[in-house]
Structures are given as C-alpha cells and as structure tokens.
Design a protein. Structure first.
Length: 67
C-alpha cells in the first residue's frame, strides 16, 4: 500500500474591492453600528425610530419581519 500526498484541487483566488456608495441605508447602518446620528434633534429622533425596523447580519442591512 502506498500513500500519495498531493493537492487535488487547484483553485485561483480573486479578490475585488467594493466601495459602498452613500445611500438611504448609510445613516441607519452608522447609527446601529456605532450610535452616530445627526446633530439635528428631529432628524436624530426620526433615525432612532427608523433604525428599530432594521437589523444587521454579516454587515448587511435587513428589514425586520414581524410574524
């Protein structure tokens, strides 16, 4: 019996940098992740209410579903 050790899968690895552009999700993400919000009290309150409807999973923003 003979043992042969060698790599059976040859895979190329590619990496691509993706930059996130500013969108309607950016303030919500920043608020949930780090608590950063607007200096304007009305905007801050609006953002706090809006952020309760979302969650972050693997750095992606998802809208909560209530069933």
């Amino acid at each position: 019996m003979k043992n042969v050790v060698r790599q059976t899968i040859h895979a190329l690895r590619f990496f691509m940098m993706i930059e996130r552009q500013e969108s309607w999700m950016t303030p919500i993400l920043e608020y949930i992740q780090s608590g950063i919000s607007s200096n304007d009290q009305k905007e801050r309150h609006k953002l706090q209410r809006r952020a309760t409807k979302f969650c972050i999973i693997d750095n992606n923003l998802y809208k909560r579903g209530f069933t």
